[in-house]
Design a binder for this molecule. Structure first.
Ligand code: NAD
Length: 252
């Protein structure tokens, strides 16, 4: 299994969930200390699992080719791919959005996911088997104020997921996306710091009030769904963007 953005948050939680089921792992991240810490933690908890780390920025095509090569050289195949790495950018209205940050969000969230698909799918085609989960968001289903490039990139991921499903289903490859709501990870903690720098906890409590469950999600609640979609138990779900948001995206 390859997991990008495995150093923390949803990537790390999913790596642990997969390790608990005995999967061998290729962890990819551009935060080297976080990557090393993730490997140490997983190896301590699950000593029987083989863990390989690759330092890579997913928006770099050559770095993507390299992490795919490392996975194939090490394990001979790629059964599952969690195409997860992504960034939120800054909170700002569209016309005031910093252009460099806008382009960076698109480069990582859209091009990074595309490069992953471009180089992992041919390996899975040869095997005639593969399971892929792309990181979309509720921001890939509806608008989110002050997050234009994020919302644009996540809608694009949802669209690309549909196309991958159409084009490669015949090769035994099932491709889906997940659309988490607000799940408490370092990324979401940073968003609350931007929304209310003086009192991020107040921003978090206020946000949770809009959710039908009146709480935010936990990383393990996403990890369980991703682990299912990456497993052989998923035999017929293809091209879907699955909301994991306590029902929030149903509110009109
Ligand atoms: P996070 O910031 O907590 O962790 C992301 C990890 O990805 C970090 O280790 C970071 O170093 C790594 N990363 C970021 N850009 C990278 C790059 N270019 N190359 C390699 N590694 C990179 O984020 P998270 O909350 O765990 O989010 C993971 C994914 O899920 C993202 O795509 C995010 O948009 C999506 N998502 C998260 C939430 C949520 O509520 N947490 C909601 C919707 C979607």
């Amino acid at each position: 299994m390859i997991i990008t953005g495995a150093g923390m948050g949803l990537g790390l939680a999913t790596a642990k969930e997969l390790a608990s089921k005995g999967a061998h792992l290729v962890l990819v991240d551009y935060n080297e200390p976080a990557l090393a810490e993730a490997k140490t933690e997983i190896s301590r908890e699950f000593p029987e699992v083989k863990v390989v780390t690759v330092f890579a920025d997913v928006s770099d095509e050559e770095a993507t080719k390299n992490y795919v090569k490392v996975a194939v050289d090490t394990f001979g195949r790629i059964d599952g791919f969690y195409n997860n790495a992504g960034i939120e950018g800054r909170q700002a209205r569209m016309t005031e959005y910093d252009l460099d940050i806008f382009k960076k969000v698109i480069d990582i969230n859209l091009m990074g996911v595309y490069f992953g698909l471009r180089y992992v799918i041919p390996v899975m085609q040869k095997q005639r088997y593969g399971r892929i989960v792309n990181a979309a968001s509720v921001g890939g289903i509806r608008g989110v104020m002050n997050q234009s490039p994020y919302v644009a990139s996540k809608h694009a991921v949802s669209g690309m997921t549909k196309n991958a499903a159409l084009e490669y289903g015949r090769d035994g490859i099932l491709t889906n996306a997940i659309a988490p709501g607000a799940i408490l990870t370092p990324m979401v903690a940073e968003a609350f710091r931007q929304i209310n720098p003086a009192d991020p906890k107040a921003a978090e409590i206020e946000y949770a009030q809009h959710n039908p469950t009146k709480r935010l999600g936990e990383p393990h609640e996403v990890a369980k769904v991703v682990a299912f979609l990456l497993s052989e138990d998923n035999s017929y779900i293809n091209g879907q963007t699955i909301a994991i948001d306590g029902g929030e995206s149903n509110i009109y």
